[in-house]
Design a protein around this ligand. Structure first.
Ligand SMILES: C[S@@+](CC[C@H](N)C(=O)[O-])C[C@H]1O[C@@H](n2cnc3c(N)ncnc32)[C@H](O)[C@@H]1O
Length: 279
């Protein structure tokens, strides 16, 4: 595999911030996200070797859906450290994980400086975190530092440009590029999924593997995921002056029309699942 320079993806004049809801307001969309991507996440974590008794960390844990699965897997003899930058997310994550047999510690910290013990974890994972970061390579370096030698890092993230419909529609032909430009303005890379294999190789991981997961729907709430995400992220982007309310409303309305047409198959962005071992 060719290597790429270890540069951060974009240079935005804007400070880093999270352009989605947090806490109770985030729960419905993140619940739908987990319905869509949860089976793939569970599959890749099993392939990466998750098992009873492990010490694991979930970075950017959100409202705790992956955390819950990890805690069920590691059981009472294992331990999960769930890290997020938002207290509101962690509050909901506590409820999501209540009743699991695994032990979960919640830590409010930055993905760049998790404050977790170094060299201590058997497995570290992050899902849909890196696409929100201006310095994803620094976050990967931090996660690597948490692993013991032989420990596994599992990263899942999207390649937004692969959003499309069959047959092609004007709005969905445009939305991948809209997302890419929005990310670029915010200093983040919404196509980061495709770069993860090289990022892990560049950061010194061994035995790097990759799998792809691209859900497709003719109908249902899942088909509306990108429409809902556009409205949610749009609210924050409007507030930051990056886009107008009218632009967001027009895009969402156009997507809604397609989403309610059962003759059109919608392909949500493909998700890259990439994992590797710390030598
Ligand atoms: C899209 S959510 C994904 C949540 C969860 N991993 C999942 O897949 O359901 C991204 C999460 O990353 C958190 N986050 C974003 N930037 C962060 C940072 N710099 N440090 C720590 N957490 C961050 C957000 O608060 C949010 O909960």
């Amino acid at each position: 595999m060719s290597t790429i320079p270890a540069i951060q993806p974009t240079h935005s004049p804007l400070p880093e911030r999270y352009y989605l809801h947090t806490g109770a307001a985030a729960a419905p969309r993140l619940g739908l996200l987990h319905t869509i991507f949860g089976p793939g996440t569970e599959h890749v974590l099993r392939r990466a070797g998750i098992r009873s008794g492990m010490r694991v960390a979930d970075i950017g844990c959100g409202v705790g859906h992956v955390t819950r699965f990890l805690a069920d897997c590691v059981g009472p003899s294992g331990n999960v450290s769930a890290v997020d930058g938002s207290d509101d997310q962690l509050e909901v994550a506590r409820q999501t994980t209540s009743g699991t047999t695994g032990r979960v510690d919640f830590v409010r910290a930055s993905a760049y400086d998790t404050t977790l013990p170094r060299g201590a974890y058997d497995l570290v994972c992050c899902r849909f975190l890196l696409c929100h970061l201006q310095r994803p390579l620094d976050a990967i370096a931090e996660m690597r530092a948490l692993l013991r030698p032989g420990g596994v890092l599992v990263c899942e993230d999207m390649e937004a440009s692969t959003l499309t419909s069959i047959p092609e529609t004007e709005i969905y032909a445009r939305m991948g590029e809209v997302a890419r430009q929005g990310g670029s303005r915010r200093g983040t890379d919404v196509d980061i999924g495709r770069r993860l294999p090289e990022y892990l190789v560049n950061r010194g991981f061994a035995d790097v593997r990759a799998a792809l997961w691209q859900p497709a729907y003719f109908e249902g709430e899942e088909k509306r995921f990108w429409e809902y995400s556009t409205l949610e992220t749009g609210a924050h982007a409007v507030e930051a002056g990056l886009v107008t309310e009218q632009e967001i409303a027009e895009r969402a309305a156009a997507m809604r029309e397609i989403n309610l047409d059962p003759a059109i198959l919608l392909l949500l962005p493909r998700i890259w699942q990439v994992w590797g071992v710390k030598p």
